[in-house]
Design a protein around this ligand. Structure first.
Ligand SMILES: Cc1cc2nc3c(=O)[nH]c(=O)nc-3n(C[C@H](O)[C@H](O)[C@H](O)COP(=O)(O)O)c2cc1C
Length: 467
């Protein structure tokens, strides 16, 4: 039971610069105010000063907005203006995109999911509390790690056992007003699971889980304030909790599959996604593609149907570099020979091979999809064996379609190329693939710089037959 909890700010913390040692600055400020840390204290530190000390600062003047950022700018600016909110420049939008894995809403606000898995406006990027008109602060890359470092350093310097929370303020769905939330934690469990406890009338609680560190971050916010960073570190004393050295903010992030609201949104927009996916055959933006995002899309492609759930697909992810260059050069030699045999003109052959080369070499990622024949059923009759092979190809194609849709959902552009089918042996040799792998397709992947034209589709009456 918490009888009395006191919350007080640590005064006289100076403006923080890159490289500053936060634990010693906090201790100096405490000493200056004749305060000390005590066992069981919870120290809440504003994310801005952690970001600044880590140098997580960017100058908008150095950001080159992609086509995607310009597209979002065109879309949201009239809505932002109408709501009386500050207009986001394409540079700021690009910075937000760089910190995000997914844009969830691009309306008068830009709500994204950050690389950490936080769903928040503007990827937590702050333009206030940082000097210079074009300077912004980004969230720490790993707030748990920073919380842990600061906590252990303070514990070592003072001999006191404390918990630490790095906080920010987020707006909320359904309610107006930003409140304090925890971004990183060390020493205290993010949640307080009350299930199994008894209520006032002795009835067992079935579902109560308290967001303990968000409550604490929010109470610290009461005196931290928003507009300036006068009190960026706050001590909460007297709160009764159990120490937990394995605490991580991940414990408080709701899994996507349990997030009812995201589910609903995805269902609504699924039809849209099916229609908006396009084969992207242009130059890609120079925006860096996060490999984790590519892997996430392959993860989704695993959920495609496959004949007797054989999952015959194998994805080989190739970054730019020598291996890819060698491969494309070898494949191009074969392409030229084939085209000569077809009687094509030298000019045609030159253009075709240059085009192939630039598509495959310039894409930020090139993915090779193979069919692993090791997993196919074996039959004594050749007809059944052939059908089994076709089922393998069909299954791999289903996964490829899932992959393209996953790219679309994540804002990536891609195109399916059949070139590997015509150069199977060359690919297997150059990449030293297992004998059972049959190259099936390439996918070029990256961020788009323009919109692909929408090719027409056959009329329904030409493809549906009712008997
Ligand atoms: C099996 C398969 C092979 C493909 N191979 C190529 C290719 O080698 N080169 C290419 O430019 N596009 C290729 N594409 C992409 C098609 O051109 C594209 O899907 C089609 O024009 C329809 O456009 P959309 O995907 O934007 O709807 C391939 C697509 C599939 C499904």
């Amino acid at each position: 039971m918490n009888e009395t909890v006191s919350i007080f700010g640590i005064e006289d913390i100076p403006l923080i610069k890159t490289g500053d040692d936060l634990p010693s600055i906090i201790l100096t400020a405490l000493k200056h105010n004749n305060q000390t840390l005590e066992d069981g204290d919870i120290l809440v530190i504003a994310q801005t000063i952690v970001s600044k000390s880590l140098g997580r600062i960017q100058n908008l003047a150095n950001i080159n907005p992609s086509q995607e950022a310009h597209r979002i700018y065109e879309k949201i600016t009239p809505l932002t203006k109408k709501s009386g909110l500050p207009i986001k420049s394409p540079e700021l939008i690009q910075a937000i995109l760089d910190e995000s894995t997914q844009v969830l809403k691009a309306e008068h606000v830009l709500v994204v999911e950050t690389h950490h898995g936080f769903v928040c406006a503007n990827a937590g990027i702050d333009q206030s509390n940082v000097g210079g008109k074009d300077l912004i602060t980004l969230l720490p890359l790993d707030s748990d790690e920073e919380a842990e470092k600061i906590r252990y350093s303070l514990q070592k310097l003072t001999g006191k056992k404390i918990a630490l929370i790095i906080s920010d303020s987020f707006g909320r769905a359904f309610r107006i007003g930003a409140v304090g939330v925890a971004l990183g934690v060390s020493g205290i469990n993010p949640i307080l699971d009350k299930r199994g406890d008894k209520d006032l009338f002795g009835k067992e609680l079935q579902s109560t889980i308290v967001g303990q560190i968000d409550n604490l971050a929010s109470s610290a916010q009461l005196i931290m304030g928003e507009a300036d960073e006068g009190l960026p570190a706050v001590i909460i004393r007297g709160y009764n909790f159990n120490f937990d050295d394995n605490a991580t903010i991940k414990q408080i992030l709701r899994k996507k599959e349990l997030d009812l609201f995201r589910e609903e949104r995805n269902t609504e927009s699924f039809e849209e996604t099916l229609k908006s996916r396009r084969s992207y055959k242009f130059e890609f933006s120079n925006r860096i593609v996060n490999e984790a995002l590519i892997k996430k899309c392959v993860d989704l492609a695993r959920w495609a149907p496959s004949a007797h759930n054989g999952q015959f697909w194998r994805y080989i992810i190739m970054e730019q570099g020598n291996l890819r260059e060698n491969l494309i050069e070898n494949m191009n030699k074969r392409l030229k020979d084939d085209l000569i045999r077809d009687g094509k003109t030298e000019d045609f052959i030159q253009r075709k091979s240059e085009k192939t080369k630039s598509s495959f070499l310039s894409a930020p990622y090139l993915i090779l999809l193979c069919l692993d024949t090791k997993e196919l059923e074996k039959y004594s009759e050749s007809e059944r064996e052939r059908n089994e092979y076709i089922m393998g190809v069909q299954s791999v194609s289903a996964s490829a379609t899932y992959l393209l849709l996953a790219f679309e959902i994540k804002g990536l552009a891609a195109c399916w190329y059949c070139a590997p089918l015509f150069t199977k042996d060359i690919i297997k040799d150059t990449l030293n693939l297992p004998i059972s792998f049959i190259p099936m397709a390439f996918f070029t992947v990256g961020y788009p710089i323009k919109e692909s034209p929408k090719p027409n589709r056959k009329d329904l009456k030409d493809i549906i037959f009712k008997l």
